[in-house]
Design a protein around this ligand. Structure first.
Ligand SMILES: C[S@@+](CC[C@H](N)C(=O)[O-])C[C@H]1O[C@@H](n2cnc3c(N)ncnc32)[C@H](O)[C@@H]1O
Length: 961
């Protein structure tokens, strides 16, 4: 067959993608990630851009249409513009932008079909009326399948983990099934206003989620409301707390109860007293609104009293009873140290308890903190759970800390009242399903039909679907309604369970009111759910399946983009049990197969966990073998017309050095991909942080992930010698470098992105052998690629004028620091220029036998390139940096407009100087060069907009400098 190079194999507007990914992090309302928690989700923007770019032809593959390099570049810029629009969050709901992208995909597809009419499987593989489907075998939170669906592909998501599969069903499979249906709830049916309305996409479904969620909350209130009594502000309370007299006689809703875990005092004199393990006594640290809790000695024990104002010893209050690392806590009665060992022994013997420290109630637009009373504590003890998740916590000492202290089952992570609330809501999911079904039948639009699990579309399946979202609201509640949730005194609110990818031990915790209406309540979760459901793109059908990536055959003939687990970073199966045990109770009748096992299946999970596999070595072997098998399947099955894209996620500890990424993880992964039969044709660093922010932090671990672009390696790939490999590298890398630079790749990302074209050469061969016939390892290939990249960058120096070439060499040695005149002059002679000439050119200062390059801020502000008779690239770059720093992009654009075509050289030089600075660890200067390249598209856009006005001096476009 013939295949065409895809855009992603040549160039990408990486900075625009990274920028949109970084911006997306701030979006919460209606973002698909708020449907259900999943760990290490990828940004939608990146996923959308990658799938688009792996399906669209690169113009160089269309010589008939774009015969010259210039025409190809112009066309590439047009495609970039489509991507730049596509990656914006607003575009997720912009049909015009999406449709433009879909049409591009179709055009490339039709070309592929036309060229492959003679393919032996043309009918199955190249049907011009039907785009190939998409598959992600490690679908997780569903980002990639969702974006494929948005781009118009029938999307398949598979994962080993039933919770992930469920998320994908909720995200891509269910919405198209009921698209356009009106709600079925009686309120809607009774409302005349709503009858005439047209229901688009998932609006009707979202409306029903809201309605039945509200019904569930009201039912729960009837059943368990007695466990959540309001607090009356009595005379006695107001006397103690004059600040509360404004509430006298009022009943306030409790939003949270703040508890401290307790153990018996290790001091024999107080052995009967259960003393608190409180990490803080501060309840609110907001300036001017401080509130804290004070333990007051009384009789043989103590009680807690809430105090308003700053505590006398605020450091002490911030520490609660904690006593530093080694002793852990101290006894509130006697100050005796309470070491962790002691707490462990007590906890494991079942002697850890909890004591109420304070109550948080809802005041008039404020939080009201109240002292606990025996009555309030007694009500909590009335809770009698009828069910609890007795499943043991996974054996995973890295991520699960509570077993050390005797909390060994999922049930142990909740208070009895939380268990009652969660069980009640779980029961109500089933009851709500019954109601939805009944109401749907009464509405008369749907037949009873088959259940959702077997592909039904009728009332039963609809009820099941609404049930899924109502159960997801329960998952959201779980993340807040758990005794691992702590209080956040800086914000007067609670944290949630999964602040990290682990279940830590907590000493004091906040028990929120599941029935109230604010953040952390069930109804609040329902509101969020409905908002996401409403935003789903419900057009093209999609499917979510449970299957292991080592065994799947789903990829057959499909476009594949995937984001596999990275080594041991995240224990998905272990962590997701937290939700699974509750979801199973609520949804087993809906998806009996998905919830067949007591806990999430773990043995096939591709995570290198030593405690599961016996040792770190065995875990590594398991991971690598499994990953190679999974990749092998992709290499064999994926649609031959498209490259496969694979995300490689970085661990925080991995870093990028001058010579690319120093990480055995990265090499091992590349190796596995190559051994699985792939050739690598691209490596794109993707970030969710802006390059300059990372550089400013002095951190060079930039990419949060790298997208590998892969093609199956030709079965007849030849062997090459090291020398041949290097020769081809030298020939091809400079051109690839040009593409990357014209794509305005951030200089910080250049070294990583250049590995792609380098690896494309390496993996073109079955193997590369050295002089002794030994195969060249990936590590060595990476080193050679980096070296060649450096040379290619240095070669670009040939394009610069003699003064600039001198300046680059000088800068490499001395930066902006003074150096010896004699050395400078010798170098100048070699470069065919002179120190005096460069002083005249305005880039150099020379005094008393010393020479130094002028810093941008020292350059003349009234510089006019038109009257400069010795114009140098060096000067252009540094003048642009000066104006950029002083007058922003508008100022720099004015300069670029004046410079005209001469300006382009500045970008090349900025890349070169960045790479020098990075190598020499000159972070501040690196930042300036990176900044110039990043602003380049905007500068040139502004410069293009009114060049004539600028020249005529009548321009007001650029505003004040
Ligand atoms: C990095 S996550 C995918 C995240 C996803 N791209 C997103 O944005 O939400 C990797 C996924 O691989 C899944 N996984 C682990 N081992 C697997 C296996 N053997 N087969 C299929 N899926 C597996 C995990 O359950 C996890 O959901």
């Amino acid at each position: 067959m013939t295949y065409k190079k895809k855009l992603i194999e040549v160039a990408l507007p990486l900075e625009a993608i990274n920028k949109a990914s970084a911006r997306e992090k701030a979006i919460r309302h209606g973002h698909p990630s708020t449907l259900h928690l999943w760990w290490a989700r990828r940004p939608l923007a990146a996923a959308r851009a990658v799938i688009f770019a792996q399906m669209v032809d690169d113009p160089s593959a269309l010589p008939d249409l774009f015969p010259t390099e210039k025409k190809q570049e112009k066309e590439r810029q047009r495609l970039f513009k489509i991507i730049e629009d596509l990656v914006k969050w607003e575009s997720t709901a912009n049909e015009t932008v999406l449709q433009a992208a879909r049409e591009e995909i179709w055009q490339s597809w039709r070309r592929a079909c036309a060229e492959n009419v003679g393919h032996p499987q043309a009918k199955q593989l190249f049907d011009r009326q039907k785009l190939p489907a998409f598959h992600d075998p490690f679908a997780g939170g569903g980002t990639l399948p969702l974006e494929a669906q948005r781009l118009g592909l029938v999307s398949y998501a598979s994962d080993l983990n039933p919770v992930a599969v469920l998320i994908n069903k909720a995200m891509i499979e269910i919405p198209p099934t009921f698209a356009g249906n009106p709600p079925v709830n009686p309120e809607f049916r009774a409302s005349r206003d709503l009858v005439g309305r047209r229901w688009q996409g998932t609006q009707g479904l979202a409306e029903d989620v809201r309605y039945y969620g509200k019904w569930m909350r009201e039912e729960a209130e009837k059943r368990i409301g007695h466990l959540y009594p309001k607090i009356q502000i009595t005379e006695a309370i107001a006397k103690q707390r004059p600040d509360l007299s404004k509430y006298l006689g009022q009943e306030l809703t409790v939003t949270a109860w703040l508890w401290a875990r307790t153990v018996r005092s290790p001091n024999p004199a107080f052995a009967k007293v259960e003393v608190p393990l409180a990490s803080t006594f501060m309840l609110s640290t907001k300036v001017g609104q401080e509130v804290y809790v004070e333990p007051i000695m009384e009789g043989d024990g103590y009680r807690f009293a809430v105090k308003v104002g700053k505590p006398k010893d605020s450091e002490g209050a911030k520490l609660g009873t904690s006593a530093g690392k080694r002793a852990a806590f101290r006894c509130v009665m006697s100050s005796t140290p309470i070491p962790y060992d002691y707490i462990r022994t007590e906890g494991q013997a079942g002697r850890m308890s909890a004591r109420l420290m304070a109550v948080v109630a809802e005041g008039n637009r404020e939080r009201v903190y109240l002292s606990p009373t025996a009555e309030i504590e007694r009500v909590a003890q009335l809770a009698r759970p009828t069910w609890k998740p007795d499943t043991a916590l996974p054996v995973n000492p890295r991520d699960f800390k509570t077993p050390n202290y005797g909390l060994t089952t999922f049930a142990d992570l909740f208070t009895p009242r939380q268990l009652v609330a969660l069980t009640t809501f779980s029961d109500l999911v089933g009851e709500a399903r019954e109601r939805v079904k009944r109401d749907a039948l009464t509405a008369g639009r749907l037949d009873e039909g088959e259940p959702l699990a077997v592909g039904g579309h009728g009332a039963m399946a609809y009820a099941d679907s609404v049930g899924v979202y109502l159960a997801f609201a329960l998952s959201k509640l779980l993340d807040r309604c758990c005794a691992l949730v702590t209080w956040f005194p800086e914000r007067d609110s609670t944290y949630h369970v999964f602040g990290r990818q682990a279940l830590p031990m907590t000493w004091d915790f906040a028990e929120t009111n599941a029935l109230h209406t604010g953040s952390g309540s069930y109804i609040n979760a329902v509101v969020w759910e409905a908002e996401v459901v409403e935003a789903f793109n419900a057009g093209i059908p999609a499917f979510a399946l449970q299957v292991s990536a080592q065994e799947q055959t789903v990829s057959n003939g499909k476009v594949v983009s995937t984001d596999p687990p990275y080594y041991d970073n995240i224990g998905y199966a272990d962590l997701s049990d937290f939700f699974y045990v509750w979801l199973r109770r609520a949804l087993q009748p809906v998806y009996p197969d998905l919830f067949a096992t007591m806990a999430v299946p773990k043995s096939e999970e591709l995570v290198a966990t030593p405690y599961r596999h016996g040792s770190p070595e065995k875990a590594e072997v398991f991971f690598l073998d499994g990953m190679t098998e999974a990749m092998h399947r992709l290499a064999k099955q994926a649609h031959p017309a498209f490259p496969v894209t694979i995300y490689y996620a970085f661990k925080q500890s991995e870093s990028i050095s001058d010579s690319g990424i120093v990480s055995t993880g990265w090499e091992t992964f590349l190796d596995a991909v190559i051994r699985a039969g792939f050739a690598v044709t691209g490596t794109w660093p993707m970030r969710t942080e802006l390059a300059n922010r990372i550089l400013a932090k002095g951190n060079s671990a930039l990419a949060s992930s790298i997208i590998l672009v892969c093609r199956p390696r030709a079965p007849d790939a030849p062997t090459a010698t090291r020398r041949e490999f290097v020769a081809v590298l030298k020939k091809e890398l400079p051109e690839a470098l040009g593409h990357l630079q014209r794509g305005n790749i951030a200089p910080v990302d250049l070294a990583q992105a250049a590995i792609g074209p380098g690896m494309a050469v390496y993996t073109r061969y079955a193997k590369v052998v050295d002089a002794e016939g030994k195969p060249l390892a990936v590590r060595d290939a990476l080193a050679l690629i980096n070296q060649t990249l450096d040379e290619a960058l240095a070669e670009q120096e040939g394009d610069f004028d003699a003064d600039s070439r001198w300046a680059v060499t000088w800068f490499e040695q001395s930066g902006f620091v003074e150096g010896d005149y004699g050395v400078a002059e010798t170098l100048a002679t070699a470069r065919n220029t002179s120190v005096a000439g460069m002083v005249e050119a305005g880039i150099l200062a020379s005094k008393r036998g010393k020479v130094r390059l002028l810093k941008p801020e020292e350059l003349p502000e009234d510089w006019d390139p038109k009257t400069d008779h010795r114009l140098t690239a060096w000067e252009i770059v540094h003048q642009l940096i000066r104006t950029l720093q002083g007058g922003g992009e508008a100022g720099a654009a004015r300069l670029v407009a004046t410079l005209g075509s001469k300006a382009e050289i500045a970008r090349e030089l900025a890349y070169r100087l960045f790479s020098l600075c990075e190598r020499k660890k000159r972070a501040a200067e690196a930042l300036a060069y990176n900044g110039l390249v990043q602003s380049w598209p905007e500068i040139t856009r502004l410069a293009r907009e009114r060049p004539r006005a600028v020249e005529a001096g009548t321009d007001d476009l650029f505003g004040q400098e």
